[in-house]
Design a protein around this ligand. Structure first.
Ligand code: HEC
Length: 132
């Protein structure tokens, strides 16, 4: 089972049990606790940066196929400082190898809604900066 499915299941169980709880003890506190649980579970799902291995393979070029020409890398740098900074500051890609970053990238390019060409470019840039 993927992490996302497990989280969805946990979320479902929490929603069910919290509804029952509210029925038994119609207290405001329990409602608040339930709401907090749901908020935390939703946050965990939304902020999990890893994508499944198959999604990574399909989206992000393998190290052997990633582009290394300057034009593509430069275009990737622009994406990194614009599209990739909507939610957080530019990350330090040199803290991990390209292979370690690929699953993260797979999830981030979806968040940033990049098209195929932009994915090639950001991958080339991250590859050029990643730990060797
Ligand atoms: C819609 C919001 C959003 C966009 C757009 C986005 N990210 Fe992220 N990114 C996150 C969140 C949330 C995290 C996890 C929390 C954190 O590390 O800040 C994250 C984490 C990361 C991490 C660190 C992951 C780790 O395991 O430490 C990297 C690297 C990263 N993003 C790269 C990118 C790149 C490259 C792009 C552009 C293609 C991008 N992000 C666009 C939301 C976004």
């Amino acid at each position: 089972m993927s992490g996302l499915k497990i989280l969805a299941l946990i979320w479902f169980v929490i929603v069910l049990s919290s509804k029952k709880y509210i029925l038994y003890h119609k207290s405001l506190i329990m409602k608040k606790v339930a709401a907090l649980f749901i908020a935390v579970a939703t946050f965990v799902v939304a902020c999990t940066p890893k994508a499944s291995p198959s999604a990574t393979e399909a989206l992000i070029p393998a190290e052997s196929r990633v582009k290394t020409d300057k034009t593509t890398i430069d275009a990737g740098q622009v994406i990194s400082s614009t599209s990739c900074t909507k939610c957080h500051r530019e990350k330090d890609y040199s803290r991990a190898t390209y292979d370690e970053l690929r699953p993260v990238l797979a999830s981030m390019v979806k968040k940033a809604k990049l098209d195929e060409k932009e994915i090639q470019q950001i991958s080339a840039y991250v590859h050029s900066k990643a730990k060797k």
